[in-house]
Design a protein around this ligand. Structure first.
Ligand code: ZN
Length: 181
């Protein structure tokens, strides 16, 4: 009786996929501890401006929704949290970029990279090398740096304010608060 049920179960491959997706979700939500490391190897507080988050005016973005960590081209960019890579690519503004998903279902955005060392679907350990600092995208001609943003799906209503685009603070969290030791 149980065996036949099990056989029927196995026929539904989508069910397996769903179970696997739920397992990943469970791991991300409850298992992965939320520990952080600064995403540029060897970087300290002196390598970024503590007031750079939500700096205004800021080019085409209007406000600066992350932090810029300055380092020499080729300096390793490391995973700031334990995470899965959900996307990598190259676009006009961000240049070579990586998107990861980590604890609390938050998205982490790494931009202006010189090189990318991770792929979609890859698991990255805390502090694992995933790229190199560069000046791609709209950072071309500027000092090389990593642009790093943290995006939350869950709206942080208590964070919104009257600054330009202040409502977006519900979703863009201040990464400086997380990376400071
Ligand atoms: Zn930036």
């Amino acid at each position: 009786m149980i065996k036949t049920y099990f056989k029927r179960f196995n026929k539904f491959k989508w069910y397996k996929k769903l179970a696997l997706a739920l397992l990943y979700l469970f791991i991300i939500l409850f298992i992965i501890p939320q520990s952080f490391t600064i995403p540029v190897k060897g970087a300290t507080k002196n390598d970024y401006n503590p007031n750079s988050f939500w700096f205004y005016p800021w080019g085409k973005s209007g406000t600066h929704k992350g932090v810029d960590i300055f380092a020499k081209t080729g300096t390793p960019v490391v995973a700031s949290t334990r995470c899965f890579t959900i996307s990598t690519g190259n676009n006009k503004r961000g240049g070579k970029f990586i998107l990861t998903i980590g604890p609390k279902l938050r998205i982490h955005y790494y931009a202006h990279l010189n090189k990318i060392y991770t792929k979609k679907g890859c698991w990255n350990n805390l502090g694992e090398k995933i790229g190199e600092v560069g000046s791609t995208g709209n950072a071309a001609g500027k000092p090389p740096h990593l642009h790093y943003s943290i995006i939350s799906f869950i709206p942080h209503f208590w964070k919104l304010d009257n600054t330009p685009q202040g409502w977006k603070k519900m979703f863009f969290l201040n990464p400086i608060k997380f990376i400071e030791e």
